[in-house]
Design a protein around this ligand. Sequence first.
Ligand code: C2E
Ligand code: MG
Ligand code: MG
Ligand code: MG
Length: 283
Amino acid sequence: RAKRGGRDRSVVFADEMRDEAIDRHDTEQQLRRAVSDDQLVLHYQPIVELATGRVTGVEALVRWQHPTRGLVPPGEFIPIAEEIGLIVQIDDWVLEHACQQLTAWQATNPELTMSINLSGLQFARPDLVSLVAGVLESTGANPERVALEMTEGVLMRDAEDAVTVLRDLRRLGVRLDIDDFGTGYSSLSYLRRFPVDTLKVDSSFVSGLGGNAEDRAIVQSVVALAQSLGITTIAEGVETTKQLQVLRDLGCKSAQGFLFSRPLPPQELTQLVGIAGVVAPLP
Ligand code: C2E
Ligand code: MG
Ligand code: MG
Ligand code: MG
């Protein structure tokens, strides 16, 4: 009996694997179509300067407007897109559309910065610098108001090469930010050589700022590290006024998180920035 039960289980298991393979194949096909059929959309999350409460920038975050599944978050399709190389086309699309939107907002908000995420594959493209230069030119976006975000892992993959690419990007006038800082393994000597402007403190450390002494110590040292390098910090994932208070005490420059606003469709963000100007619930 035990043996039969075992076989049944393995049959069920094989079925599940086949179903998963079909699902996966389906998802890949649909994702390719999403890019060619313009089913991607961008939402924008405000980035708030803590000293003033001003929205100084927004981060462009991609979503997939799926015909039946609704709005699919990036965590559910970016990993697949990275595996099949489609992330390059997605990042191209995002770069162009985020820069177009920036140009539109710049008419009324010339100080506003647009932060744009780059995947590892995109960062490794030999033509990245000319690609970014081309989009800046064709969209009319002010390079000084564009910030490109890369994770530590992406930069450390080939750190020597990354130094060169970052320098070349910098020469275009764009800002360079390290995303999810603290989750990777940056070497301090490379951090000193990377010409970056900002460390984005990962939300996993921000979430403990209410009471966790270790998280407070980590964020404190990231802020101190940034200050000693002459660069700034943005805290990610700020959800409570307590976290905000600690971040201000520690001297963190800016923050983003649900406390201020979720990522919003462009029309809603226009209202938020246009009417309010200041959205931070400063305690
Ligand atoms: P990320 O670049 O670190 O973006 C921040 C993520 O944190 C976003 O998730 C944002 O919605 C979420 N977030 C912001 N504030 C809070 C908060 O207070 N609480 C919580 N729980 N979450 C908060 P999202 O939009 O789901 O994006 C997830 C990740 O997907 C991004 O992390 C980024 O790595 C990737 N991604 C998004 N858009 C793009 C893109 O255009 N290109 C590439 N290559 N990756 C992208
Ligand atoms: Mg980011
Ligand atoms: Mg991040
Ligand atoms: Mg993240």
